[in-house]
Design a protein around this ligand. Structure first.
Ligand SMILES: Cc1ncc(COP(=O)(O)O)c(C=O)c1O
Length: 417
């Protein structure tokens, strides 16, 4: 008789976990206000005084201890805008981790710069500062550390390297809303940090993004790049810099104001549940929560990351384990399947102008991302089990189901061979 749900046995859990995206009366109220006041557009530079967007930018920046917030269409263009505003462009090299979503790199490509991928640290799953240092050349202009899953990178060390080499640091914090590192919120580090509000993220309006920064000039440039290259107080039809519309809509900002109001409670619940799970997993050999950088005091927990050791599960492959876990009623997935370099977009770079920026004559160097190796990232991609953040927003009792499901799979691992 099969025990495991994947083979027809009973599921450990039949109830759903915390429903995501989450909303309450606040979203409905603020969105209704926008609809009824007929200001659905935030203004010619993207955040007129009195708009929800302006209010959201102010509150989000203050919350993260930053002076400025610049809301925009999504987390990908937030990185692009920050790069443009910081003066990163054609043939500049930008160092990014090999373990990230494509957006980190596509933003670099959008400004015609060259992404230089580097490897990760196993225990933090964040970019390795030693590898950053080794990758710096006379063309390097910026570093984009990614606070993967909500785990904050060794940001102090990265900033120290950047300062020594006169480089810009734009943190991709798409996963790390509200994270606290060494007692400080993310607005305290680097030149800028960018966030995503796409539906799966820990604050969401379906889509959306924001940049936070402290430098007035950088913030003003971000505003220009966010809204058609316009200058304050000038005509609608005068455009100074790359004139694209990357604005956020008022309805989205209304939703984000509501989402921000409950962020602290949600972070607390997730961090408490993660600590509880870490204790419980001590009894299951072969499944270990990613420790992260010990200096992350509040983890953004967009992803709850587990390291899976197949040898302790009778040799059952990670992908099969994840299938079995889902069958038991525990939502989970494998995360990034490979280092970014393995994506077709890097494996099949065209020759000539169509291959730009890699083939850009201004670059004057040859680079082939496709042959690069990232052994730690490879290992991470083959071992990680990801539990999405909304699961951690459930109750303490619900956490016991996760532990029970994993223990059950371990006990019956032979069924999966
Ligand atoms: C690490 C990372 N950076 C940037 C982004 C881009 O965000 P968006 O989807 O809002 O463009 C994402 C989205 O998943 C992400 O995971």
């Amino acid at each position: 008789m099969a025990e495991l749900a994947i083979n027809g046995g009973n599921k450990v859990r039949t109830k759903a976990f915390f429903a995501w995206p989450h909303y309450d009366e606040r979203e409905l109220k603020y969105v209704e206000e926008v609809i009824k006041n007929r200001t659905w557009f935030a203004g010619m530079r993207g955040a007129d005084p009195g708009t929800k967007t302006k209010e959201f930018e102010k509150r989000f920046a203050q919350y993260h201890n930053a002076s400025h917030g610049i809301a925009c269409a999504n987390g990908t263009v937030a990185i692009e805008i920050a790069l443009r505003a910081a003066g990163v462009g054609t043939a500049d090299e930008v160092i990014v981790p090999a373990l990230t979503f494509i957006a980190t790199v596509s933003a670099v490509l959008q400004v015609n710069a060259i992404p230089i991928l580097v490897d990760t640290i196993y225990d933090t799953q964040c970019v390795d500062p030693e590898q950053i240092e080794r990758a710096i050349t006379d063309k390097t202009k910026a570093i984009i550390p990614v606070h993967y899953g909500g785990f904050v990178c060794d940001i102090d060390r990265i900033i120290e390297i950047a300062r020594r080499h006169n480089l810009i640091v734009i943190a991709d914090a798409a996963h790390a809303h509200g994270a606290i590192y060494k007692g400080k919120k993310l607005g305290s580090f680097g030149d800028a940090a960018t966030f995503s509000f796409q539906e799966s993220k820990t604050m969401t309006a379906g889509e959306g993004g924001v940049i936070i920064a402290n430098d007035d000039e950088l913030a003003e440039k971000c505003i220009q790049y966010r809204s058609c290259g316009r200058h304050e107080g000038e005509s609608w039809y005068v455009h100074y810099v790359m004139p694209v519309n990357y604005r956020l809509a008022e309805i989205q900002s209304a939703m984000l104001l509501a989402q921000l109001e409950r962020l602290d409670d949600q972070l607390k619940r997730k961090n408490d549940n993660a600590h509880y799970l870490a204790e419980r997993f001590k009894d299951i050999d072969g499944i270990n929560p990613v420790p992260g950088d010990g200096n992350t005091e509040v983890n953004g927990y967009y992803l709850y990351l587990l390291q899976y050791d197949k040898e302790k599960f009778a040799g059952v492959l990670r992908d099969k384990f994840v299938e079995a876990l889902n069958a038991e009623g525990i939502p989970s997935h494998i995360g990034y399947p490979w280092p970014l370099s393995k994506n077709p977009v890097f494996q099949q770079v065209e020759e000539g102008p169509k291959g730009c920026p890699f083939t850009c004559p201004y670059y004057g160097k040859e680079i082939s991302i496709k042959d690069q190796k990232f052994p730690i990232t490879e290992k991470i991609c083959s071992e990680t089990v990801v539990i999405p953040h909304e699961v951690l927003l459930s109750t303490r009792l619900d956490m016991d189901d996760i532990v029970a499901a994993i223990a059950k799979i371990k006990e019956n691992a032979g069924e999966l061979l």
